[in-house]
Structure formats: C-alpha cells, structure tokens
Design a protein around this ligand. Structure first.
Ligand SMILES: Nc1ncnc2c1ncn2[C@@H]1O[C@H](COP(=O)(O)OP(=O)(O)OP(=O)(O)O)[C@@H](O)[C@H]1O
Length: 374
C-alpha cells in the first residue's frame, strides 16, 4: 500500500471550475473520507486520482510515483488502484469467486484458498463463493466488490459512496465490515460520501470539500468540535448558533456567559454550540429560559426544540426518558465551551436572534431565523 498525495489539483469542465487547487494527503494505511454536498467535486476528484480523467493542473502521486500532472499521465489500469463503486458493479454472469479473482493473473484465478481468504477478510462465508451476485443481499454484494478491489493488493482503494444504496441497518453492518477489512488489509483508502456520520465514524481524517475547494482536513473529533466555519459546522452535525459579544475569553449570549474557543477576537461574534451541550433544568432564579416547542423521541435520545423569550429557537439533544412537555417553560444550562466565529458583516451583537441549523445533509446548509415567542 502507498500513500496518496494530491497537490494543487485543478479541473474545469468548459468554463466551469469544478476543483480549484486541492491539496490532500492520505498516509499509507490511512483512510480519508471526502465529504461535501452534492456537486462539490468529490467524484471528479476520485476520477482524477483513479486516472479516468486528467487534471488541468496539479499532480497526483502514489507513494513516490507521479501518476498525473507534471507531464505524466499513467493510464488507470497501470495505477494499481482498486475501485468500489456505488452499487457493487459485480459481473452478473460470474460467480462470487469469479468476481473476486477477476483482477488477478489468469494462473491465480483458480486459487480457492485466496478466494476463501478474501471472503473471510470482508466477513463473508466461503460457502457463498459459488453463488451468483443476484443471490446476494446488497450489503453482501458491496463486500464482494471490496474483496475484488483488494484481491490484487492495490496501492490504493477508492470507494465511491459504497453504502448509499443500502438501507440503514445493512449500511451500518456493511460499514463496520468494510472498515475492519480495510484495516486488516492495511489498505490506503479514499472514501467519497455525503453522509457525515459515515465520514466521522469510518475515517482517520475527513476532507471537507465545498465548491471545489478543500475547506478543512481534520480528524473527526476536531472537525466536529472545531469546524473551520459555521457552514462546515452545520454540515457535520446539528448546530446551535447564537449572536454573542466576546470579551475576556467569554461570550455574552442569550444562553448566558459562555466560555469560548475559536477564531473570533473581541467584539460581536457568532458562537457555535452542539445540541448535546444544552441541559434542561428547573426554571428557577436567573437561569436562561426557553419554552418547549417540540419533542422528537428517538429511543436512544430525543431532540427538544426550545423557543427563547427574546426570539429564536435552539435545539437540545437529551438522553433518557425524563422529557419535558410541549409548552412547558424550562431553564437552559450549557456545558463546555462554545466556538466563536467572527460575526458576519452587519450581524447583530449581543442577544440577537438565534440562528438554527438543522441536521447534517442538504437541510443542514439551510439556516433560518425564527419568530420570537409571544
Ligand atoms: N464530464 C462532465 N462534464 C461537465 N460537467 C461535469 C462533468 N462531470 C461533473 N461535472 C460537473 O462538475 C460538478 C461536480 O460534479 P461531481 O460529480 O464531482 O460532484 P459530487 O460532489 O461527486 O456530487 P454528488 O455527491 O452529487 O455525486 C457538478 O456541477 C457536475 O455537474
């Protein structure tokens, strides 16, 4: 397995720039997830690395071998890259064993031991070797596709939204099996996804692309706790964003005086909290208040939306069965620090309207200011 280094990669289709100066490094044996909204250039980047397309400028280096750029253009079939597409892409006329060994030299294709080894690696029973792809579940097909990609011991494995066609339960199981197989094989891997949970749970590093530019490359915890900006924050989880005034390392906000970290200096700011940082307490004394607008019960936790007296809505994620009722007045406490970002031009100062970002995904980038409670 080799490292992958992408430097200043740029690509346009016609006059439309799709990737602009992307730098990315995946260490040998590492897994980087490329995360971003639809149309941000994820698949294009993957295709340039695979050799299915050529960059306008910049380089792609596998280990110490330049495979694209600097006047080089190693054809896709000579790059030694394994590819797992969205929906298996298995050959329907070949058995599982035939699919798994397809990329191997002819004399190794009858090696049943190797087939068993590869099926075992991806957590499949060797008894499936003689089945046809249509006799497998979607999750099993994706595992066979990974076994096929790993069979020739490639220098790099590319996975293009490999779980998107699977239902939620199967997706989780298949994700875990694929993660375990990639680690066991010591594979270097680049995973394209628009699912933040998938990126955060599987990758060592997450690269966030927006409009063809890399906006952040961080380990999952840093990405979640210290996102580069509020759009990244909304893309990787639910956000509570408040107008605030930062002074002496604290932010004065509608939820009280908060400890802060982050890039904003003194003055007007927007501060980020995660819904799990909000706790509900009795509305007694000078504690900030809210009125319960809605409660969504998920079993493992619940989402409670709270209208604030001065305007705005915030969301709390609560564990346990002791939930408030809609319309109830509650006190709100914040645990941990908020991340402060410079206020957008013309943004309100202290105690301005809260801005609420929804769950990750397409909806996450939508923000709305809500009406004050009466
Ligand atoms: N061959 C092409 N010719 C012209 N435009 C293209 C071509 N391939 C991609 N694009 C455009 O480039 C942009 C990025 O596309 P790309 O498929 O890389 O995005 P993506 O992040 O993978 O999106 P999705 O998550 O929806 O698959 C899109 O606006 C797309 O329409």
């Amino acid at each position: 397995m080799s490292s992958l280094t992408v430097t200043a990669l740029t690509k346009a289709f016609g006059a439309t720039p799709v990737l602009t100066g992307v730098d990315l490094h995946v260490p040998a044996g590492g897994l980087v997830a490329l995360l971003g909204p639809s149309g941000c250039g994820k698949t294009t980047l993957l295709r340039l690395v695979a050799g299915f397309d050529d960059p306008d400028s910049g380089t792609v280096v596998l280990g110490d071998r330049v495979v694209a750029g600097s006047g080089r253009g190693v054809p896709a079939r000579r790059r030694g890259i394994g590819f797992v597409p969205q929906e298996g892409g298995l050959f329907p006329h070949l058995s599982v064993a035939g699919n798994v060994t397809f990329g191997l030299p002819r004399q190794r294709r009858r090696d049943r031991g190797r087939v068993r080894e590869l099926l075992d690696l991806v957590g499949l029973d060797a008894a499936l070797a003689d089945r046809s792809p249509h006799q497998l579940s979607g999750g099993q097909q994706q595992r066979v596709a990974l076994a096929r990609a790993l069979a020739p011991e490639p220098s790099l494995v590319l996975l293009d939204e490999p779980f998107s066609s699977l239902d939620a339960t199967l997706r989780e199981d298949t994700r875990q099996a694929v993660s375990a197989a990639l680690i066991a094989a010591g594979a270097t891997a680049l995973l394209v996804t628009h699912d933040q949970a998938e990126a955060l749970s599987m990758a060592d590093q997450v690269a966030v692309l927006r409009g063809g530019r890399l906006v952040q490359l961080s380990d999952p915890r840093t990405l979640y706790q210290r996102p580069a900006d509020l759009d990244v924050a909304a893309f990787v989880g639910e956000s509570v964003v408040l107008a605030a005034d930062v002074r002496d390392g604290r932010a004065e906000s509608v939820l009280g005086s908060l400890a802060v970290t982050g890039p904003a200096g003194p003055g007007p700011a927007r501060v980020l909290l995660r819904p799990e940082q909000l706790r509900l307490v009795a509305p007694v004394g000078p504690v900030p208040r809210g009125r319960v607008r809605s409660v969504d019960f998920y079993g493992h936790d619940s989402r409670v939306r709270l209208d604030l007296p001065g305007g705005g809505t915030v969301t709390a994620r609560l564990e346990g069965a002791d939930l408030p009722s809609v319309g109830q007045d509650v006190g709100i406490e914040v645990s941990g620090a908020a991340v402060a970002f410079p206020a957008a031009e013309g943004a309100a100062g202290i105690a301005g309207p809260a801005v609420v970002a929804g769950p990750a995904g397409a909806a996450a980038t939508r923000r709305r200011a809500v009406e004050p409670i009466s």
